[in-house]
Design a protein around this ligand. Structure first.
Ligand code: ACO
Length: 503
């Protein structure tokens, strides 16, 4: 297929990693983003800064519902701060919503805007300086990252609440405590014993770390063996069973990335060389039933299944056609479930990451997948006609975005996500009770640890009536981690929080 004048095309990608150990000399978040933006513009081989009409900044963790507030001041308008630094004068300055899916989501949305003629040249930037922030705080240093602007940015995309008050009271708050709930459900669905399950996780993730070790943009270029990932140790404490620290996304990174997109007519006008151009042949954006308590189950993901199938069908290919793949990997189960839903074999796990993954390459907040997109673009350029694929995830395996890439000219015209989201929304959730009492069985669990010691378990169970409930367990935690336990009978007493015990 030939590219028409409005065919959107990715033309420039840039990545930045900060290795400065003195926080007083390290770059601020906006300076890092500007570095990545300059690299992306240089990478397109044309002078494009002055013609950017839309600049999107991926939301900083500091601005993501106060989860990690910055002690060093806030940007009133982060896209403006970046535009100012790179000499751009965009008409639209956009600050994205919370979610690791948003880098791919914005590629999908901006491609549609470019195709419609609503934008001609668009830049997406994102990153985090949490490594520097943590080091400065540890050293008692005060940095000044606050920056005013003439106006606020436009916000774009839906802002959703990932957990209800009832869920938060039962521990559904931090990703490190929620993803293990999926992991234990997935292991049980595979029929793995705890020992076998940990071995499987180690074998899946060790090759990710080997990819990171070879990636010059990885924050931590270290390859680990499978055992070193899953076995608890002094530097690898259990965070929430079965996850150790080395199985969790590392957000204490100084990393940024940028992606420059434009219409084919703009690329022609600016003289962007043909070998820079990578096309979006398929895309999709889906979400699960938002609340964890409403999910169909915890071992599958209908929204990944449907979203990936839609994006691949739009491109007219199957999973077997993919050469370059990056699956979001904040925790191993994101990879396990995505691979199963998309239909990707896991026998050669290094095929499932281009960066090395969030625990090893680094997980710069909501912006990680901009690095995945930068990598997929470079790989596709080096292998003309080959297919690339990015799966990006946000929240608690909540929101998903997909992109299918190739140097072959073309564009998979975007269908309204509502057209395929409806099938997910129509799936019935199990009944749920906030006030469970009586007996039932264990649906999934995790044991949250503090400083490496078990603190309490988060329990998701089903009463014999079929109703799902949340509970905590404070005693008798060891049996949960020693033998296959999912499906085991338990008793629950209603309260604030509900308390469960194995029987
Ligand atoms: C959709 C999604 O993306 S959901 C995922 C969103 N991201 C997250 O939730 C991040 C999850 N990770 C974490 O919360 C943290 O990394 C934790 C809790 C696992 C560990 O953090 P801490 O307890 O602060 O780390 P700790 O104090 O033990 O160690 C600090 C050192 O370890 C490093 N470190 C911290 N986390 C990790 C990790 N996951 N892997 C490797 N190294 C890490 C830090 O960079 C720091 O290194 P330095 O001393 O060289 O500067």
């Amino acid at each position: 297929m030939a590219a028409g004048p409005r065919t959107p095309v990715l033309v420039g990608v840039g990545q930045y990693v900060g290795r400065e150990s003195d926080p007083a000399r390290a770059l601020s978040p906006a300076d890092m983003l500007a570095e990545a933006a300059r690299a992306a513009i240089a990478n397109c081989g044309a002078d494009a800064a002055g013609v950017i009409d839309t600049l999107v900044a991926i939301r900083l963790f500091a601005d993501s519902r106060g989860a990690l507030p910055s002690p060093f001041g806030a940007y009133r308008n982060l896209p403006h701060a970046v535009a100012r630094r790179i000499g751009a004068h965009p008409r639209d300055l956009v600050y994205g919503p919370v979610g690791g899916n948003t880098p791919q989501m914005f590629v999908n949305e901006l491609a549609a805007r470019i195709a419609k003629g609503d934008s001609d040249v668009a830049l997406i930037v994102g990153g985090e300086a949490l490594r520097t922030q943590a080091r400065a705080e540890k050293a008692g240093l005060t940095l000044d990252w606050g920056e005013d602007a003439p106006s606020d940015p436009a916000s774009c995309g839906e802002e959703i609440r990932y957990a209800s008050g009832h869920e938060i009271r039962h521990g559904i708050a931090l990703p490190t405590s929620v993803y293990p709930l999926f992991e234990n459900a997935f292991g049980a669905a595979m029929g793995w014993s705890p020992l076998q399950h940990r071995a499987e996780i180690g074998h899946l993730m060790a090759p990710f770390s080997a990819v990171a070790a070879e990636n010059p943009f990885a924050q931590r270029q270290a390859a680990y063996g499978a055992e070193a990932l899953v076995e608890p140790g002094e530097d690898n404490r259990i965070i929430a069973y079965p996850y150790t620290k080395r199985l969790c996304a590392n957000m204490f990174v100084d990393q940024a990335a940028a992606v420059l997109m434009m219409s084919t007519e703009a690329a022609d006008r600016l003289g962007v060389p043909a070998d820079r151009r990578v096309y979006l042949h398929g895309s999709a954006d889906t979400h699960e039933k938002i609340l964890l308590s409403e999910r169909i189950d915890y071992a599958t993901s209908p929204a990944i299944y449907i979203g990936a199938a839609h994006a691949l069908a739009e491109a007219g290919i199957t999973p077997d056609d993919l050469s370059y793949i990056d699956l979001y990997s904040c925790f191993p189960v994101a990879v396990e479930i995505a691979a199963a839903m998309i239909g990707l074999p896991t026998g050669d796990p290094a095929r499932l990451t281009l960066t090395g993954g969030l625990p090893y390459f680094g997980g710069p907040g909501n912006a990680y997948s901009l690095h995945a997109i930068a990598e997929v673009v470079e790989h596709c350029r080096n292998d003309a006609g080959a297919w690339g694929f990015v799966f990006a995830n946000g929240g608690f395996l909540t929101k998903h975005s997909f992109g299918v890439y190739s140097t072959s000219p073309g564009y998979g015209a975007r269908s309204d996500p509502a057209s395929y989201q409806a099938a997910i929304d129509a799936m019935p959730s199990p009944p749920f009770t906030e006030t469970p009492a009586g007996e039932g069985r264990l649906e999934t669990f995790t044991v949250v640890h503090h400083k490496g010691s078990p603190m309490y378990a988060i329990i998701i169970g089903r009463l014999d009536s079929g109703a799902r409930f949340l509970a905590r367990m404070h005693a008798g935690l060891e049996p949960l981690m020693e033998a296959p336990i999912i499906g085991h009978r338990l008793r629950v007493t209603a309260g604030e929080p509900n308390i469960a015990a194995l029987i």
